[in-house]
Design a protein around this ligand. Structure first.
Ligand code: FAD
Length: 387
């Protein structure tokens, strides 16, 4: 790991220098990967840690919005989605992680004698953060051995998806109504083109199917509306029954359901720990924007940290970071508002789909809503290819 001789810690009464980096990126989801790639491109001494392993598993279907496509192009990744705007989060995450690892290896090969400026640590969780005016002391735990060590970082980019709240970081507050969502990937080849779905007029549930990458399977999305608390277990059961009825077979991962109510930090975060992506706020999944926002945030945050590191004065550095955290916060507040508007319009959106009684639905009853593709073309310029 790159070491800048600065921090000191007291160990057994003696002053021991603490390994110090310009920026520690906590979490390597889409936001953290974009941040680490941008930090490396800026030449920052970077340590990027991820509590889990390098292989991503989540198979939600995601849209890669134009802003995120542009951010990825700027990071030298023009083809991350191979021209498609819809893909799975796993695909994007794995490609970002692979690009990051490849660049770190290429740097090491190009400068074998120099200490690497970017280091990646998998299975390494942030378990404590002590933020001061000049640096943040971070305790890291090796999740395979349980051993801990400390690092000093001039800045921390919190890309943990909000998990650092458990360590006392400011908590996000609820910013929208609840609805429970379950998604799963199946190996059954899609028998349909594009996106098909169905709604139950009695329960207001929505069930949608998307073809996966290369049409090798399908992703099912089940949305139980806001209102009297639908229990996650009940949603999972109903989802499983519909999937069985449609002959989707066994899901690739066990079924799960999550309450996707939106959360946003009450105020922009000041100081040396800069939250990005879901750590600033979760966006309603119906907007299909969470991953894209995280990617844009990550690239913006790392550039801002680089600019702060170049500032001559402490005050100038902190002002820069404050301006960035205000900008990220505004971005997430705006998304939360769009999410609330979309949920308010949900009864109308719902009526666009064919209706049937769930879970007694048959394949022939699923279909596209007539206005889907004109609306997608209007919003995104063209119909995305999912095949
Ligand atoms: C059901 C569902 C459907 C969705 N659909 C869409 C969609 O269609 N389109 C879209 O754009 N978005 C969608 N999203 C949202 C999207 O998944 C998130 O917005 C996006 O993953 C946020 O990225 P992130 O990098 O901020 O955080 P995350 O993806 O949550 O990544 C955080 C990373 O940090 C790691 N981590 C956590 N704690 C620590 C720690 N203490 N130390 C080190 N590492 C840590 C985690 O292991 C994880 O890898 C959906 C979400 C859900 C739940």
């Amino acid at each position: 790991m790159a070491v800048i001789p600065s921090g000191q810690q007291v160990a057994g009464g003696a002053q021991v220098p603490l390994p110090t980096v310009d920026v520690l990126v906590a979490g390597l989801g889409p936001g953290g990967c974009a941040a680490a790639l941008a930090a490396r491109a800026e030449g920052l001494h970077t340590l990027a840690v991820e509590a889990r392993g390098p292989q991503a598993t989540r198979s939600q279907l995601v849209l890669v919005r134009p802003g995120a496509q542009a951010a990825l192009r700027q990071l030298g990744l023009p083809d991350i989605t191979e021209g498609r705007r819809t893909t799975t989060i796993r695909h994007v995450e794995n490609r970002l992680r692979a690009a990051l690892q490849a660049r770190v290896h290429a740097d090491a090969a190009a400068h074998p004698a120099a200490a690497p400026r970017t280091a990646l640590c998998w299975h390494t969780g942030v378990v404590d953060l002590q933020a001061g005016t000049e640096r943040v002391v971070v305790t890291l735990r090796d999740e395979t051995t349980g051993t801990t060590r400390q690092v000093a970082a001039r800045h921390v980019i919190d890309a943990s998806g909000g998990r650092l709240e458990a360590l006392g970081r400011p908590a996000r507050e609820r910013a929208g109504p609840r609805h429970v969502v379950s998604t799963a990937e199946y190996g059954t080849p899609p028998w349909f083109d594009g996106i098909v779905g169905v709604r139950d007029p009695a329960t207001h549930e929505l069930f949608l199917l998307f073809p996966t990458w290369g049409r090798r399977g399908v992703i099912a999305y089940f949305d139980a509306p806001t209102g009297p608390r639908p229990l996650a277990e009940q949603v999972v059961q109903r989802f499983g029954a519909i999937a069985d009825r449609l002959g989707l077979g066994a899901p690739n991962e066990p079924l799960w359901a999550v309450d996707v109510y939106q959360r946003v930090l009450r105020r922009p975060n000041a100081g040396r720990v800069l939250p990005i992506g879901d750590a600033v706020g979760t966006v309603d999944v119906l907007l299909g924007a969470g991953m894209s926002t995280a990617i844009e945030d990550g690239a913006d945050a790392a550039r801002s940290v680089a600019a702060a590191c170049r500032e001559a004065s402490l005050r100038g550095a902190l002002e820069r970071l404050d301006a960035t955290s205000r900008m990220l916060h505004r971005r997430h507040r705006a998304s939360a508002l769009r999410g609330r508007l979309l949920l308010a319009a949900r009864p109308l959106v719902e009526r666009a789909w064919p209706s049937a009684t769930l879970p007694d639905v048959a394949r022939a009853q699923l279909g596209p809503p007539p206005l889907l593709w004109p609306a997608v073309r209007f919003l995104f310029g063209r119909r995305p290819s999912t095949s």
